[in-house]
Design a protein around this ligand. Structure first.
Ligand SMILES: NC(=O)c1ccc[n+]([C@@H]2O[C@H](COP(=O)([O-])OP(=O)(O)OC[C@H]3O[C@@H](n4cnc5c(N)ncnc54)[C@H](OP(=O)(O)O)[C@@H]3O)[C@@H](O)[C@H]2O)c1
Length: 380
């Protein structure tokens, strides 16, 4: 296992971290519940192999993830790891909610302290809201009382917002979404380097874009990876591109079964910073371009088209169409679209008022693209 050392942390962290948002599940009646025995076995196996970073959050698996992690960390495992969980800031309506939620989380996790406490999924709006609720006063008091050790945030918004949040406080760590397809999205690679330049270690989430970079690999993409001198799986390439960056402290991997966990621990056994050659980086760029070339609608999800008077989730529909085409995942996206139909947010509700087209900075022919998307997503 590769460990990385950062002056902000009391001891080195394992570069591989277990993300507990996609634990193995079993179907019970109409819902999926965490397969506790298997999840505990996997988490403990990872720790036995040297993983010392476990990431969960208040809301994962409908609240079950923290409970299962708490059980996995019994029997002496808690002391072996850094435990990270997140404050569900969208549930915080007044100052006292911060403390109430933290106490609930400590109880669920069956622990006296949380190492990394992150303000979860910050975006512009949530950032403004928690600032007005005196969030740093709360976090510092929680740290002084020993209930948390490190003050951190996780992030889902654009680069400028990321910089603003990074500049606003002496953070101990931040968590961003990054993978070979998101290098220019959200915080971006530039954001990663910016945080690094300020001495803030960065934890990565969605390294495989939620699994999309691991499945549905087309022969075209396979042929590009096969041009490399050393043969690696698409999963290995995706992780390798990330651990190449020395600014990264931990790469969180959401694993849904033991085989994936074993595979990923193997991949991280010789993970080194600055390991990618120019030729390898060029292959990543080639693969990225092939994925991007499948984009069906050039929507950037800026949401200028919203609200649609008919309630149509325009950017969400275009995102489903693009995801289906880029990652060869029509089945998954069809299910997502059926959800929108059930909620009456689908494209069939368009009355062609063209309000969205007037607002779209990309000049997308939204009315026509909505019709095409509807047909595409409903095809069998
Ligand atoms: N703070 C936040 O806002 C936030 C947001 C997202 C995630 N996170 C954290 O970051 C963690 C990592 O993100 P993520 O779960 O999206 O990670 P990811 O690595 O991008 O996706 C995980 C999925 O990739 C597939 N996979 C993993 N290893 C594989 C392998 N060796 N071979 C084939 N497929 C493999 C599995 O998909 P299948 O199940 O389809 O096989 C797995 O569920 C999360 O678990 C969570 O802890 C935080």
């Amino acid at each position: 296992m590769e460990y990385r050392k950062f002056s902000k942390f009391e001891k080195p962290v394992s570069l591989f971290g277990i993300g507990c948002m996609r634990l193995p599940t079993i179907k019970k009646e109409n819902e999926s519940i965490v397969d506790e025995a298997e999840a505990i076995k996997m988490i403990r196996y990872g720790i036995d192999q040297g993983v010392n970073y476990i990431d969960t959050a208040y809301g994962y698996h409908g609240g079950q993830s923290e409970v299962v992690v708490g059980k996995a960390l019994a029997d002496g495992y808690r002391e072996k790891v850094f435990l990270a969980t997140k404050s569900p800031v969208w549930l915080v309506k007044e100052y006292d909610d911060f403390g109430r939620l933290l106490n609930e989380q400590l109880q669920k996790l069956n622990t006296e302290y949380i190492d990394f406490y992150l303000l979860h999924a910050l975006n512009k709006e949530r950032w403004e809201s928690i600032k007005s609720l005196n969030v740093f006063d709360f976090m510092e008091k929680a740290r002084a009382s020993g209930r948390i050790k490190y003050i951190c945030f996780s992030f889902h918004d654009d680069h400028d917002t990321f910089r603003e949040i990074v500049d606003a406080y002496d953070w101990d760590m931040c968590q961003i979404q990054l993978n070979i397809m998101d290098m220019h999205e959200q915080a971006t690679v530039e954001g990663l380097k910016y945080a690094g330049s300020k001495g803030i270690p960065v934890v990565i989430m969605e390294p495989l874009k939620g699994g999309k970079l691991a499945t549905g690999i087309t022969p075209e993409i396979e042929a590009i990876w096969n041009k490399a001198d050393v043969k690696r799986t698409p999963v290995e390439w995706a992780f390798r591109w990330l651990y190449n960056f020395p600014e990264i402290a931990v790469i969180l991997s959401g694993v849904s079964n033991m085989q994936q966990l074993e595979d990923n621990i193997r991949i991280f056994s010789d993970a080194k910073a600055n390991c990618m050659t120019e030729e390898e980086l060029a292959l990543v760029e080639e693969v990225r371009k092939v994925y991007l070339s499948k984009t069906k609608v050039p929507c950037t999800s800026c949401e200028y088209c919203l609200p649609c008077p008919q309630g149509i989730s325009i950017p969400r529909i275009f995102n489903l169409v693009n995801t289906a085409a880029m990652y060869n995942d029509l089945d998954g996206c069809r299910n997502g679209y059926k959800d929108l139909i059930n909620k009456q947010n689908d494209a069939s509700r368009c009355i062609e008022c063209a309000q969205c087209e007037a607002a779209c900075p990309q000049n997308i022919s939204i009315i026509e693209k909505l019709k095409e998307s509807h047909q595409y997503l409903l095809q069998e």
